[in-house]
Design a protein around this ligand. Structure first.
Ligand SMILES: Nc1ncnc2c1ncn2[C@@H]1O[C@H](COP(=O)(O)OP(=O)(O)O)[C@@H](O)[C@H]1O
Ligand SMILES: [Mg+2]
Length: 433
């Protein structure tokens, strides 16, 4: 069974829904910038204009961010937004000019986005910023900020290559952010319980609002860096422009997600319901397949778990989970529905299911440091079936990032329908805060 998942993960790496980067490239670099000869900690390192790091972070955090749509990302990757002038005078190929153009944009844009989050991470509601894991995440943001600010401007092939290598390190450094922040939240919950703090943790609105904004911003940063790193690869797969596949097939992504979710469900419950696919199985559209995979994987895990738990002993007759892909020529969205007969969700839980703090599963963080979670990133089957409470809110953030949405309708006692809407044109701007 393990071999099956490994092969499906490998397939993911090679085909449409592959994770953003290979996972074997764990950050081996020390945290303080080795891209420069610096030995002081970033918290005390003076900035280029003699500012302290804190002053530099605050100044950059006050600058505006530049919003990028999926279409603009695609067009830039295709070299459509290059200035027509001096094509040959530079002696650079179109690909090299495109990479330098994107690197230059990132050199300016990333410090602003990182600074905003680093500053925000210094002051969080309910004392969340004091948690050990949250401090670790803040350090990553500060280190990456310093690394990029002190790096050479990517103006030619050599400096662009150095910038690429730096961003590769940064991308790997931040891979465990989601699970580390989740651990930070868990630390806070434990502390609150120990001090007998009253109130339902899942209802802490301010923490939820912060996490929503934080993860949304993380998606944006990882798209920007991931897109650039992918464009840098010589061996782009057919149909791909960076992370974007112009022929993303929901049916193909679905098959990979079913295989992985089924494996986790069988491991946990000893069995799993059948999942059937209906509707426009031939449909393809421009999208980031790894995002679609993440959403489908999370929704399927929830449906499989609910079906097994609701039907408990009657395993042989587990009702099938239905996935329908709808699309008409003139539809503005690709719509995917996932329907299960897993008993639904009580109405009083409906608001809370979008909270990063709510789960009805056994909490994922137990005694072990990592609670069974992989620390290599978001796109992995190396996780429990449920228990972090992050599946739905993160999936909705992915869907909303480029103007889509995710909604759930429940019929308590019967089952749940999840509706995923993804815009076909992808020309809506990023939601920036
Ligand atoms: N299809 C479903 N049927 C029943 N309950 C569901 C379904 N999807 C989600 N839920 C409820 O929403 C909660 C939150 O889901 P999620 O964000 O994926 O986190 P997790 O799966 O880690 O608990 C689940 O614990 C479960 O109670
Ligand atoms: Mg889940």
């Amino acid at each position: 069974m393990l071999a099956r998942v490994c092969s499906s993960q490998l397939q993911l790496l090679r085909s449409s829904a592959r994770p953003l980067l290979g996972r074997s490239l764990a950050a081996a670099r020390p945290l303080v910038g080795t891209s420069r000869s610096r030995s002081s900690s970033p918290a005390t390192a003076p900035g280029p204009e003699g500012e302290t790091l804190d002053q530099e972070l605050r100044r950059l955090a006050s600058y505006g961010q530049t919003s990028v749509s999926l279409k603009a990302t695609l067009d830039t990757g295709l070299g459509l937004l290059l200035a027509p002038a001096c094509t040959n005078s530079t002696g650079l190929t179109k690909r090299q000019r495109t990479l330098i153009q994107i690197a230059t944009f990132l050199k300016r844009e990333l410090p602003v986005r990182l600074a905003r989050r680093a500053v925000e991470l210094q002051q969080l509601p309910e004392g969340l910023h004091n948690m050990r894991s949250v401090k670790r995440v803040r350090e990553w943001y500060e280190h990456s900020f310093v690394d990029i600010r002190r790096s050479a401007m990517p103006v030619d092939v050599a400096t662009e290559q150095a910038f690429h290598d730096l961003l590769h390190t940064i991308y790997e450094r931040h891979a465990p952010t989601l699970v580390t922040m989740a651990r930070g939240v868990h630390e806070l919950r434990k502390e609150m319980l120990a001090t007998n703090e009253k109130g339902e943790f899942a209802d802490k609105r301010e923490i939820h609002t912060f996490l929503d904004k934080f993860y949304m911003s993380r998606i944006g940063i990882r798209i920007l860096i991931g897109q650039y790193l992918e464009l840098h690869r010589e061996d782009q797969l057919d149909g791909y422009v960076g992370l974007i596949n112009r022929h993303t097939s929901p049916a193909e992504v679905f098959r990979q997600a079913v295989e992985d979710a089924t494996y986790l469900c069988e491991r946990e419950h000893g069995d799993a319901p059948e999942v059937v696919l209906m509707g426009r199985t031939d449909l393809t559209f421009s999208y980031i397949p790894s995002h679609l995979y993440y959403i489908m994987f999370e929704l399927l895990k929830n449906s499989l778990r609910a079906t097994c738990e609701h039907h408990g002993s009657k395993r042989q007759t587990l009702p099938v989970v239905k996935v329908i892909i709808a699309d008409g020529e003139n539809n503005e969205d690709v719509v995917i529905k996932i329907s299960d007969e897993g008993g639904g969700i009580p109405r009083s839980h409906m608001q809370r299911i979008w909270s990063y703090l709510f789960t009805t599963a056994k909490p994922a963080f137990g005694g072990a440091e990592d609670g069974g979670f992989s620390s290599f990133g978001d796109h992995t089957t190396d996780t429990p079936l449920a228990g972090l409470g992050y599946g739905l809110p993160i999936s909705r953030s992915y869907a909303r990032y480029f103007g889509g949405d995710l909604n759930l309708m429940s019929m308590e006692g019967h089952g749940t329908d999840a509706f995923l809407h993804l815009p076909r044109l992808g020309n809506r701007d990023e939601p920036l805060h």
